[in-house]
Design a protein around this ligand. Structure first.
Ligand SMILES: [Zn+2]
Length: 323
């Protein structure tokens, strides 16, 4: 710590189904120390919460920061939450229902605690200390198994009436399209997520289209890495799949631009590992589809923090309100 003039410390926790990532973060959004521990969800909410409490305390101790200097703890959670009430309504992958997690953590730690959903904290992390560079109006889109989103509008995370704001993956792009996990058809995530792109290739093969991707379809190993690689080599099915994913995403970004007028889109998640092979066509398509005033000076960039965005942004929930 010598030579570093940090005055305020925050802890962020990103709780997932298999592991929890915990970080001690400065008021500038810099990670001072971090750790990852198994969630052990089979121990139930009580066991998991107890271990969150002790792991966070141990992390501060390892960094030689007295607990009294921790200004607050933020927690990102993958589930349906009552954010103002600090309650997990339900969290499918941990099997939790109606857990008043904020109050329980607050009484154990004796510091302010805030909770938010995992996509929102990841967006806040990127905007605070990653690709966002402190932008006041930014939209973060995570292309993974599904499509997640988080919206920062005029410097604040946007939640909406029931905390559903930012669920960009469930904007309908193809009314006659595939059934989504949410019950609607043709959501963005049925086309532009990794799962969606793989599904499109499987469909093409099943109707007899010729593609170099067929062996991966047959052995079940097809990934977006294969799809982007073959698209680059000119495979027609791979190209069509990338085009369709990019078109749907650009269409949604164009709509969001008119509604929210962001200056920045941050694209993250596994699919974004394609890098410029994704961003180049996406930028071009967005320029074609977005309204000319709304698209002016809008930047589209890759996320920078990877899977650390969640705990950094969770810490930011507290740092943010104290600015
Ligand atoms: Zn959906």
């Amino acid at each position: 710590m010598r030579g570093v003039t940090v005055k305020r410390f925050f802890i962020g926790i990103d709780l997932g189904g298999t592991s929890m990532k915990i970080g001690l973060v400065s008021d500038q959004g810099k990670v001072i120390r971090e750790t990852e521990k198994p969630t052990l969800k089979e121990e139930g909410a009580d066991g998991v919460i107890d271990r969150m409490v002790s792991h966070a305390r141990n992390l501060a101790k390892e960094a030689c920061v007295p607990w009294q200097e921790i200004q607050g703890v933020g927690v990102g959670l993958p589930g349906f939450l009552d954010i103002p009430g600090g309650v997990v309504k339900y969290m499918t992958n941990l099997g939790w229902t109606d857990i008043p997690i904020r109050d329980r953590l607050q009484s154990a730690w004796q510091v302010p605690v805030k909770i938010d959903n995992d996509a929102n904290v990841a967006a806040l992390g990127e905007v605070w200390s990653g690709a966002g560079n402190g932008e006041k109006n930014a939209i973060c889109i995570t292309l993974g198994t599904g499509v997640g989103g988080g919206i920062i509008a005029e410097g604040e995370l946007l939640h909406g009436a029931k905390g559903f704001a930012g669920e960009i993956g469930h904007i309908q792009v193809e009314p006659e399209g595939a059934l989504c996990n949410c019950g609607q058809t043709g959501c963005l995530e049925t086309v532009s997520s990794a799962t969606g792109m793989v599904r499109l290739v499987h469909h093409a093969v099943s109707v007899g289209e010729k593609t170099c991707l067929a062996p991966y379809v047959r052995d079940g190993s097809l990934s977006t890495r294969h799809i982007f690689a073959e698209a680059k080599r000119g495979d027609a099915v791979a190209r069509k799949t990338v085009d369709q994913a990019v078109h749907a995403l650009a269409q949604v970004m164009a709509t969001l631009s008119v509604v929210l007028n962001p200056s920045l889109f941050i694209i993250g998640g596994g699919v974004s590992q394609a890098g410029e092979s994704l961003l180049n066509p996406l930028r071009k398509k967005y320029q074609c589809l977005a309204q000319k005033n709304a698209r002016q000076d809008v930047r589209i960039v890759l996320a920078q923090l990877g899977n650390r965005a969640g705990f950094i942004g969770a810490a930011g929930l507290l740092a943010h309100i104290q600015k």
